[in-house]
Ligand binder design. Structure first.
Ligand code: NAP
Length: 349
């Protein structure tokens, strides 16, 4: 297969750098353009990007000139790691010009014809792009990844909902600093501290979970109807979001039954053979003190949700803890998987 040329919008940021890292040696995609703001455009990637990830950026990209944000790139697919207000203006211009856009921004997630996808949870929602292109007259399309904390919550919630019907849940997060982008928050605010507020995050967890756990019919997306209460906190952790869940079910599972369902879950078959898909999307740990962000976020290349502490809840039915890598599974890795789903579904060739 000839590789599909791809561009990264916001290539100098936290998520953009993860795209650069994950797309090295990708079997289907090849980076042909790096895009950032006017501050960076015209400079080499080496000059424009303060690389903050482990290892170095690939040699062959260091002397590439960073491009301005215009839909005239030598690519068919663009990965967007733009701030949401910029994405709202730019992504439709790219879709209109014929590019497939796989976005991490929240700008279009609530639009009724824009799918929000985790392939192992709701890969079948990909068919929404057919209504999208028909309605908007675009030659291209937009597919979004959910909010990173929502991803960490919904990956274990999906198999449990499928087996036991969730009626309500509480989600309390402790989120990493890298979730706020680069340069992010000041050391003096984050060291020895926890901030009980992340702008817009609780609302995203409460609304996007319903979209992901909902259904898509021939004509419309029907959100799930369970009740959700989310509390989002930022803690002094570099990468890896933790979500503590208390869940009420219609059919009451034992702890052992819930663990079996989580361990055996594979998700819809359309996601099984995608190159970036892990063998199983959920890893269940039995140690009393796991999962932990530093120890568990990189499991299976950062593409799984690691779940532990599955136990009875005295108010609802069960409690558990889930950890995901916010910038890999919760952002760049999730988007690469969405792009692979588009290719395998014949939406990009
Ligand atoms: P970030 O570190 O602040 O990076 C932002 C990127 O956007 C930089 O490359 C920046 O380029 C570029 N940019 C800013 N203004 C621009 C403009 N006017 N035109 C073109 N490029 C522009 O942010 P991030 O954490 O990577 O987040 C990117 C997106 O992903 C956001 O929508 C965020 O909500 C979402 N997201 C982030 C995470 C996470 O864990 N960080 C997880 C899920 C989703 P310059 O270097 O030139 O300024």
């Amino acid at each position: 297969m000839t590789k599909i040329p791809v561009a990264i919008l916001g290539a100098t940021g936290i998520v953009g750098q993860r795209f650069v890292q994950l797309l090295q040696n990708h079997p289907w995609f090849e980076i042909t353009a790096l895009v950032a703001s006017e501050r960076s455009a015209g400079r080499t990637y080496r000059e424009a990007c303060n690389w903050v990830l482990e290892g170095d950026p690939p040699d062959e990209l260091l002397d590439q000139i960073v491009q301005p944000l215009k839909p005239d790139l030598p690519a068919r697919l663009v990965f967007s790691a733009l701030p949401s207000p910029i994405a709202r203006e730019a992504e439709p211009l790219f879709a209109e010009a014929g590019y497939a856009v796989c976005s991490n921004a929240s700008a279009f997630r609530k639009d009724p014809d824009v799918p929000v996808i985790i392939p192992e949870v709701n890969g079948d929602h990909i068919k929404m792009v057919e209504w999208q292109t028909a309605k908007r007259g675009w030659k291209g399309l937009i597919v979004t990844s959910p909010n990173c904390t929502t991803t960490g919550a919904v990956m274990p919630l999906k198999p449990l909902d499928q087996a036991f019907n969730i009626t309500r849940f509480f989600a309390t997060s402790i989120q990493a600093i890298s979730g706020a982008g680069y340069p992010g928050l000041a050391f003096i605010d984050m060291s020895d501290n926890l901030i009980p507020y992340i702008n817009g995050e609780e609302e995203k967890i409460e609304t996007e979970s319903l979209l992901l756990l909902g259904k898509v019919t021939a004509q419309e997306r029907i959100p799930a109807s369970m009740k959700i209460s989310a509390q989002a906190n930022r803690g002094p952790i570099q990468h890896g979001h933790t979500v503590c869940l208390s869940i009420e079910f219609e059919k009451k599972p034992s702890v052992e039954e819930a663990i079996e369902v989580l361990k055996n879950y594979r998700g819809p078959e359309i996601a099984w053979d995608l190159p970036s898909a892990p063998p199983r999307p959920i890893i269940v740990r039995s140690e009393p003190d796991r999962p932990q962000p530093r120890r568990d976020r990189d499991t299976q290349n950062g593409m799984v949700a690691t779940v532990g502490r599955v136990r009875p809840c005295p108010i609802f039915d069960l409690k558990l803890v889930s950890v995901i890598h916010n910038a890999i599974r919760g952002a760049a890795g999730g988007s690469v998987l969405n792009a692979e789903l588009l290719v395998s579904g014949g939406y990009i060739s």
